[in-house]
Design a protein around this ligand. Sequence first.
Ligand code: NOJ
Length: 755
Amino acid sequence: MKKTICFLLLLMGCAISFAQSSPSNGMQIFIDSLLQKMTLEEKVGQMNQYNGFWEVTGPVPNEGNAKLKYEHLKKGMVGAVLNVKGTANVRKLQEIVVKESRLGIPLLFGFDVIHGYKTITPIPLAEAASWDLEAIEKSARIAAIEASAVGINWTFAPMVDITRDARWGRVMEGAGEDPYLGAKIGVARVKGFQGQDLSSSNTIAASVKHFAGYGFAEAGRDYNTVDVGTSTLYNIILPPFKATVDNDVKTVMNSFNTLNGIPATGNKFLQRDILKGKWNFKGFVVSDWGSGAELITHGFAKDLKEVAILSANAGSDMDMESYAYVTHLKEMVEAGKVDIAVVNDAVRRILQVKYELGLFADPYRYCDAQREKDLLYHPNHLAAALDIAKKSIVLLKNIKTTGQGNPLLPLNKNQKNIAVIGALANDKNSPLGSWRVGSDDNSAVSFLEGFKKYNSNFVYAKGADLVNGPTDFIHEVKINETDKSGFAQAIALAKKSSVVIMVLGEHGFQSGEGRSRSKLDLPGVQEALLEEIYKVNKNIVLVLMNGRPLAITWAQEHIPAILEAWQLGTQTGDAIAQVLFGDYNPSAKLPMTFPRSVGQEPLYYNHYSTGRPNTNDVVFWSHYSDESNEPLYPFGYGLSYTNFEYTDLKINDSDPSAIRVSVQVKNTGKIAGEEVVQLYLHDRVASVVRPVKELKGFKKILLHSGESTLVTFTLTNNELGFYNNEGVFVVESGDFDVMVGTNSIQGLSAVFTKK
Ligand code: NOJ
């Protein structure tokens, strides 16, 4: 018993002291001395984050509190604000705390810089389709440059939640369904935001979110319950968070959801045991907006006082807009409900990030009005946005419409007689996507604008409106479900044209926070429009703009060419035109499975075998009676205007700690192209069953026509092992299937034995 208590005390000691390091470190000396000067009220103040009155990205819990917030700023009772932008505004607030509060500790300025600030890059799901880590890092870099130029020093990105259910609106904000790809992309984004030197004026602190499990909301309904087993938690949900923590991400945002009955914000196991314990995370944890107060609605805390106790003790260091810490934490410490060591640890972590950002050296580091003037929409940023936009476009289908000739794409630059149909073709707002709070409305290059630069031999008809009325970030989008009055004109144009480009999909605000869908079809009357046009002209190129996988099964069966163009941001029209006319050969691959019908969701490639996976002539196997188990398009899928041939899969397993797998890849087509060579593993027998396949390596290569290259992967224990149900990473010997190919279902396979 005595032993157990000692051990527990030791553990508690570890949990709250690891943010300190050697006293020789200048930062620690500075923070130690500052902490000594701080009153308890000032310490608690550092743990408080307020929305900055100008913009709202969530329900306002206490409207009319602007005056109180202002008083708190002056008393040093605010550690960070969010949604304040513009160097003049930032300077104004920073001056209040620096000049008027007793200790003058500078504020952090947080903002949702999710895919660009003014120059908007593709939605993160689209960027993930590029599988191009360098381009993704660059995209985050330009976002950081622009955000820092308007005074922001902290972004609430990247979202590294793994997402398997396309109904969930926030799939647009992540990297899709795979933890291996998700981890690599999460790290690339963190590097892009934080750069090499966080104290430089063009780098900002990143925040990975939402810790943890938010992507597993039941039935894809946002904010819904999350109940997952340990294997999924350790092997699927946590790896991207761990990878970014290992790569020095400065902050982590917790989450609205419960995880197996415990709300994430009050979850000690997640925040203390795993994040700050096992992973030794040195930064701080910020709550999600009001997620502290939501412990009450969850039925976990009875009032705001308990919220303060439970979330501080659980390791949630900063309270965003719940007023729990600023109102009650001091009293709870004085009442002995929260140890002062918990507060000291949280404050130390927060001050450390401020120090690393260089704010103690210069609180106005991010308030340079000249940078603000020079850097927004900088030509270099527009060029980078165009580059990642074209790399994000996935060619889903491209066949000949008659027995002869070429596939429909790429289009001829001199093609005559084109009809462009669809309201989204003429939209400069929707292609910016969701979660782009810093952007200017209607600032995207529309499809039509981009197309016109290549070819003006076209006529345009919208066919039907997609939405009824104005759209914005906080209200439900009203979809046109009935009005087909524009069909006749579109049909007439299609009849007379040699080729029809149909630009259809979701509105940019149909995905994002609070925007789950129960259907995955083309919204409104668009499917009907597509089918009507098809009756008069079969030469259709379908350009999709959407924020999630869609079940476009009829289109896949009938339409000869389909291009997945997501929401590509500022450079949308130019990027799509480059691909349509063949100036860029598409190379992207789906980071998320597309289902055949919504009832298959959640549908993902790295599922378990089940005990009954195989077709049977009786019904007793794992299947649907009315739908196949197969996806419409599998994970990793995407075509090119050229072809790649895979041969010569070879395995060298003489060194069990570095198994080499190689394959010869040849461009057998007529033009140069990039291919994402993907490696999947299947551990045949294990102490915890393993998925039927798991991505464990990929390489993006460029091959000229006729060129061939050897692609090699090295598999170490990192790729061969897995987390058991105790959360321990284990590597077991035995047989593994390896597949190397062009997507998650097509490739060359072999077997090796891990000794
Ligand atoms: C709520 C969202 O869940 C989170 O991702 C975002 O960063 C905050 N609001 C702040 O806007």
